[in-house]
Ligand binder design. Structure first.
Ligand SMILES: Nc1ncnc2c1ncn2[C@@H]1O[C@H](COP(=O)(O)OP(=O)(O)O)[C@@H](O)[C@H]1O
Ligand SMILES: O=C(CO)[C@@H](O)[C@H](O)COP(=O)(O)O
Length: 498
């Protein structure tokens, strides 16, 4: 039997999956690394922590999986999106990486809007959001000129990891799309954007397809990881593109719901001219010449883990949520908006904060827990709603991520989205998508679709319950009013935040 490895370079940890030709996960290994929040809204990581953690995870895979290392044919990557790694002329990082969930760049976003005008949406196909890469580049140039002057080229997180493993500099289209510097439909770095911000073309790495072969692992990496020096390395993709590949979202009409730290509703798109007027993200897919539209809830799973950390620190998620299915839809009139760290879709607003509305003397902790799950799902439903309004059919949604582990939540998704929700067997999210890119790149399959036929296995499916769906339709309309009604209050409270 031969194997491929999918590496999911996440925000809190890296996870490596060893996958055989049947799509069965033969072994997995994970290592975490720290996040640094030096100031409110800042979020950074040390780029070399990703490399050390990945090397350790690979070493564990090769030494404990009980297979001949020579059976490992290829490796590919899924990466947290948008994070800025600046390299000097020697290929070393000039400062810590600034991550997707860092919100320090509001001023630079406004500058991008002023400078690019209509070009922003027509070329990059996305609005200027704090999490994206170009505003981070402009921030470093403005506030850390001594670091910026050393910077010769930028990479995204998984591209830096791949560079350290192979010595080759590349970026794939799906991740490049989240930089605000790519001409998304034209599939090239935008000369207009680079010129507008006086950035040289040499600042951007060569572009490559996600299944594209980059090379083999460096001899010293082969030695440290136990991988054969012949292991082929394929470019990989953005975590959401890889999550979609790993869930079989490879043709029109298929929609993904992912509830991890952040949450996304993602819809496959063949038509590169499709115009969502910047209301949702529009990115290149990891499948060649295809695209996806995506709405993002910044604090999805994060809202529930914040709730657990604060109100049930010594319990597991399953213990904390025991009995949540007995609370009726609507949590007894309690409504939560998940704006703990601001929001992206449909309200790109880094200042808004969360609310519980309708707290009543009869409410117990379990009502609050249900309200948090409902609020996260309502936020994702704003994206579903937007796709439907844009003419897309959303009737079946594949649900992945930590949020898909709870059957009550899966039923709630079906009721709130008013669509059939399908869970996956042995769901591995983006890591499986990365392994599929390596399997396809290695020539095991003639297309990603035929790889998905073998690797992606559907499990339980949840249909909307008419009574619950009707209740949620009404509550969703109330939910949608909370943003406008609390915006001014949150702006007034902002100076008092720590
Ligand atoms: N058993 C569970 N039931 C419900 N939600 C869960 C459970 N386990 C994890 N989660 C949710 O999933 C989130 C983590 O999802 P995961 O896909 O692992 O995220 P990431 O890859 O972004 O770190 C947690 O923040 C939590 O909200
Ligand atoms: O910013 C985005 C997408 O635009 C995030 O999806 C990040 O790519 C990472 O999210 P997690 O997988 O850690 O939740």
């Amino acid at each position: 039997m031969s194997y491929v490895i999918g590496i999911d370079l996440g925000t809190s940890a890296v996870k490596a999956l060893l996958v055989d030709r049947n799509g069965t996960v033969a072994a997995e290994a994970s290592r975490s690394y720290p996040l640094f929040h030096e100031h409110t809204g800042w979020s950074e990581q040390r780029s070399d922590d990703w490399v050390d953690a990945s090397v350790e995870a690979l070493r564990e895979l090769t030494s404990t999986a009980g297979i001949e290392a020579s059976a490992i044919e290829g490796i590919s990557f899924s990466g947290q999106m948008h994070g800025l790694v600046l390299l000097d002329g020697e290929g070393n990082p000039v400062r810590n990486a600034i991550l997707w969930n860092d919100t320090r760049t509001t001023e630079q976003c406004r500058e991008i809007e002023r400078t690019l005008g209509d070009k922003l949406l027509s070329v990059t196909r996305n609005p200027a959001l704090e999490g994206f890469t170009l505003p981070k580049i402009l921030w470093v140039r403005q506030y850390e000129p001594e670091a910026f002057v050393q910077a010769k080229l930028f990479l995204l997180p998984k591209d830096y990891l791949r560079y350290r493993l192979t010595g080759q500099l590349h970026m794939d289209y799906s991740d490049a799309a989240g930089t605000l510097m790519l001409d998304v439909a034209g599939k090239e770095w935008s000369g207009e954007v680079l010129e507008a911000f006086a950035l040289p073309a040499s600042f951007c790495p060569p572009l490559i397809e996600s299944h594209g072969l980059v090379g083999t692992v460096l001899p010293q990496i082969a030695e440290r990881t136990g991988l054969p020096a012949t292991t082929k390395v394929f470019a990989g993709g953005a975590d959401n593109a890889c999550g979609a590949i790993g869930s079989g979202i490879l043709s029109e009409g298929l929609t993904l719901c992912s509830i991890g730290t952040s949450g996304v509703i993602l819809s496959y798109e063949n038509d590169k001219t499709k115009d969502f007027a910047g209301k949702v993200h529009f990115f290149n897919h990891g499948k060649q010449d295809s695209f996806y539209a995506m709405g993002v809830t910044l604090a999805a799973g994060y809202s529930l883990s914040w709730f657990k950390k604060t109100f049930a620190p010594n319990e597991s998620f399953d213990q904390m949520l025991d009995g949540v299915g007995k609370v009726k839809p609507g949590a007894g009139g309690l409504l939560f908006t998940p704006y703990l760290v601001g929001e992206r879709t449909p309200h790109a607003d880094s200042a808004i904060r969360a609310s519980f509305i309708g707290v009543d003397g009869s409410h117990e902790r379990i009502h609050f827990a249900r309200a948090v799950m409902e609020g996260i799902t309502f936020s994702l439903n704003e994206s579903v709603d937007m796709f439907r309004r844009a003419g897309k059919t959303v009737d079946t949604i594949i649900s992945i991520g930590g949020g898909a582990q709870n059957p009550v939540w899966l039923q709630m998704q079906a009721d709130i989205f008013n669509a059939t929700v399908v869970a996956l067997e042995n769901e591995q999210g983006p890591g499986l998508g990365a392994a599929m890119l390596a399997a396809y790149g290695s020539g095991w399959f003639d297309s990603l679709e035929s790889c998905a036929d073998k690797f992606v296995k559907h499990a339980d499916s949840y249909s909307p319950q008419p009574e619950a769906a009707a209740a949620y339709e009404g509550i969703f309309k109330i939910y949608q009013q909370v943003y406008e009604q609390t915006r001014g209050l949150n702006e007034a409270l902002a100076p008092y935040r720590g």
